[in-house]
Design a protein. Structure first.
Length: 244
């Protein structure tokens, strides 16, 4: 079996690390990739093809993990070249997932839940072909939600509306405490109710959010587009905060 990656960021790198089998080969391309990504690809030792079109033609499973805004353009450009399963792991709305299905025949709607570079994330799947990926449970905890495209995307949006809004509020409160020289005391009083590991987890969340604010803003845009009929007051406020 051959698994091909479109995009080789943290999600793909961790999947490559976790899915190790003599029966599975990995391929990708350095086409239009950044110097940092190219370095990671070469370090991995996987087979490097000249173009992503070749990756799609050669692979039994194509994994797309790039960014919300590039999900549709990539599907439009390469979806017709995929003979196997196309697994989209981008943080996109169900509407975006359904649009991608117009360009991809065997689409599976997927999400990595948990810290993306941890040893025990959970892979959630939905779609008619999702059952065919249950074998991945040998390498990463895999759960098939349903055979309906969009179910996992909806869950991703709901989860993100909570976690990213909470992250924005945490950053705001932390900045206020830090500006007043009360950072240690801020985490100390919150740890009384939130647990001993709250400071460590919070600082990790703050760092991750600040380092990937552009991508997270794109994800919040997806949430707003997904639940446009709702007020989403807190989500819109979080987007304003991250945009700053």
């Amino acid at each position: 079996m051959i698994i091909g990656f479109i995009g080789f960021g943290k999600v793909s790198q961790n999947l490559f690390k976790l899915i190790q089998s003599e029966d599975i080969e990995f391929v990708t391309s350095c086409e239009s990739r950044s110097a940092k990504t190219i370095e990671a690809i070469k370090k991995s030792g996987m087979e490097i093809l000249d173009a992503f079109e070749e990756v799609c033609l050669k692979s039994d499973i194509v994994i797309c993990a790039t960014s919300p805004k590039s999900a549709i353009p990539i599907a439009r450009k390469y979806g017709g070249k995929v003979n196997g399963i196309y697994l989209d792991l981008n943080n996109i709305s169900p509407d975006t997932t359904m649009e991608i299905s117009e360009y991809v025949g065997n689409l599976v709607d997927g999400a990595i839940i948990g810290k993306i570079d941890s040893d025990n994330p959970i892979l959630y799947l939905s779609g008619m072909k999702a059952d065919e990926l249950e074998f991945l449970n040998e390498y990463i905890h895999t759960r098939v939600i349903s055979n309906k495209l969009g179910d996992v995307s909806t869950l991703k949006m709901l989860r993100s509306s909570y976690t990213k809004t909470l992250s924005a509020l945490l950053i705001e409160s932390w900045q206020l405490a830090k500006d007043r020289g009360l950072e240690d005391e801020f985490f100390e009083i919150l740890a009384l109710t939130e647990g001993d590991e709250f400071r460590e987890k919070s600082l990790s969340r703050i760092k991750n959010t600040l380092n990937s604010s552009k991508r997270k803003s794109e994800e919040l845009d997806e949430i707003i587009n997904c639940f446009g009929d709702s007020e989403l007051i807190m989500v819109k406020a979080a987007l304003d905060k991250l945009s700053q």
